[in-house]
Design a protein around this ligand. Structure first.
Ligand code: FE2
Length: 252
């Protein structure tokens, strides 16, 4: 993606801030998509698929240093009855953490930069917040969630840990997700969902979702339904449900 499209996409998304914010306030979520976002996300997917196979897969509890991500992206299993911070919801996926400003990532760097700008703008934070982690106490946890066909899932839950950490510093919490996989092509069944305020399940993976950004209130119940339970999982397969996130994590 060249600079023109990148600038144009960012400007178009920033122009939509008002409607995205109002959708999130009223409905708890907002979906935004354009030809340019599809282009960026398709290129990001290609880059991720090239990268992830070369990375060793680490167990869930093995620690890594965010400072080292620039040279060593970290791919880990997230499998168990609780998540990595001990919240009691089960999951089965791999997560690949990347440094957002690594120029070697090209499209992925542009994708994460855009997600950070949107998150910070929508939450009223300085646009660059999280980039200089030493001064602000947080880092941008830029990562790809990959739910393998053959049982990938995340139990329905509300986000609690990170909202409460951020709240102590007066920082609002908002989930920003990019949809990097296409239902019926990359997986057959299952996928992400959010519960509406009325409790109705709203699928986040549908025929229109590939190439879109989803902004949602993590206090709404959400999760990932089991992806293709009829086959055996393969952690090196490019198939499955894939999504990118860029949350603020505290420096531990
Ligand atoms: Fe969550």
């Amino acid at each position: 993606m060249d600079d023109y499209y990148e600038t144009s996409l960012k400007q178009n998304m920033l122009n939509a801030i008002g409607s995205i914010r109002s959708d999130v306030e009223v409905s708890g979520y907002s979906v935004w998509r354009s030809e340019e976002s599809l282009n960026l996300i398709e290129n990001s997917r290609k880059q991720y698929l090239k990268l992830f196979k070369s990375l060793p897969l680490h167990p869930q509890t093995e620690k890594f240093k965010p400072d080292n991500l620039e040279t060593n992206p970290w791919r880990k299993l997230c499998v168990g009855a609780s998540n990595g911070i001990g919240d009691p919801y089960a999951q089965f996926l791999t997560t690949t953490y990347l440094n957002d400003s690594n120029i070697n990532y090209g499209a992925l760097s542009s994708l994460f930069d855009l997600m950070i700008v949107m998150r910070n703008t929508l939450t009223g934070m300085p646009v660059e917040f999280g980039k200089d982690s030493e001064s602000c106490g947080y880092w941008n946890a830029c990562r790809i969630h990959h739910y393998p066909r053959g049982g990938g899932f995340m139990s329905e839950h509300r986000d609690t840990h990170f909202p409460s950490v951020l709240d102590k510093d007066g920082i609002p919490f908002l989930q920003v997700m990019a949809c990097l996989s296409k239902p019926n092509e990359h997986f057959d069944e299952g996928g992400g969902f959010i519960r509406s305020k009325k409790g109705i399940k709203v699928p986040l993976d549908n025929t229109e979702s590939y190439g879109s950004f989803v902004f949602f209130d993590g206090a709404m119940r959400h999760g990932v339904d089991t992806v293709d339970a009829h086959i055996i999982p393969d952690f090196l397969s490019p198939l499955g449900r894939v999504a990118a996130f860029a949350n603020l994590y505290e420096i531990l």
